[in-house]
Ligand binder design. Structure first.
Ligand code: ATP
Ligand code: MG
Length: 183
């Protein structure tokens, strides 16, 4: 599944609606320090259900909402939409039939998060489920950040195992088992 575009609005430094397109398999985001490159990556992780503010370099979840700058007032909500190309049919289940998958997350100042899958309101769980076993997801190895390689090398066997299980496609079943045991 290839990420085709990201639509940002009210998210961190992207106050006005902005679309970032990735037309080819290899894209680079370049720019001066502080221009918002890492914010784009934070946006991707955030939509996929990242629930830790710290992983998005903030204190609380509402820190992702544009909080004002010289001459611009803070806004009331942040919204990000990711559009994936699914023409290769990598997704299984009810979404396999769609050529394009859109996932969107919105958060308000009241810290309420809303999720949408192809325009229909859904739970956070539906989004994380969709990506389990695909290698994508908020904490997956699809996003390799600064420091992650050394963290991987130094990680304990049980931490390393989480990545291996995702790569092997086992994590999906483990999640489901945990869910069943909870019920
Ligand atoms: P570097 O090259 O140094 O890594 P970068 O391009 O990755 O820089 P980012 O960290 O993505 O830059 O962007 C930082 C900018 O985003 C800062 O100017 C910061 O003020 C702004 N920013 C972060 N959160 C918010 C927010 N909630 N509201 C407004 N601006 C924000
Ligand atoms: Mg950066």
């Amino acid at each position: 599944m290839r990420l085709k575009s990201i639509k940002l609005a009210g998210f961190k430094s992207f106050v006005d609606p902005t679309t970032v397109s990735f037309p080819t398999n290899l894209s680079a985001v370049v720019g001066p320090n502080g221009c918002g490159k890492s914010n784009v990556i934070d946006a991707v992780r955030w939509v996929m259900g990242e629930s830790s503010a710290k992983h998005l370099r903030g204190e609380s979840m509402t820190d992702v909402i544009f909080n004002g700058s010289n001459g611009r007032k803070p806004v009331g909500q942040a919204s990000i939409e990711l559009v994936f190309d699914n023409t290769e049919g990598k997704l299984v289940g009810e979404f396999a039939q769609f050529n394009e998958i859109s996932i969107r997350r919105k958060v308000t100042r009241e810290a309420q998060s809303f999720y949408y899958l192809n325009g229909t309101k859904c739970r956070r769980r539906d989004i994380t489920d969709l990506f389990l076993g695909t290698g994508l997801g908020p904490r997956s190895y699809a996003i390799i950040e600064q420091g992650m390689i050394s963290k991987l090398i130094e990680s304990k066997p049980e931490e390393l195992r989480v990545f291996l299980e995702e790569a092997a496609g086992i994590s999906k079943y483990k999640e489901r088992r945990k869910d069943t045991e909870r019920r």
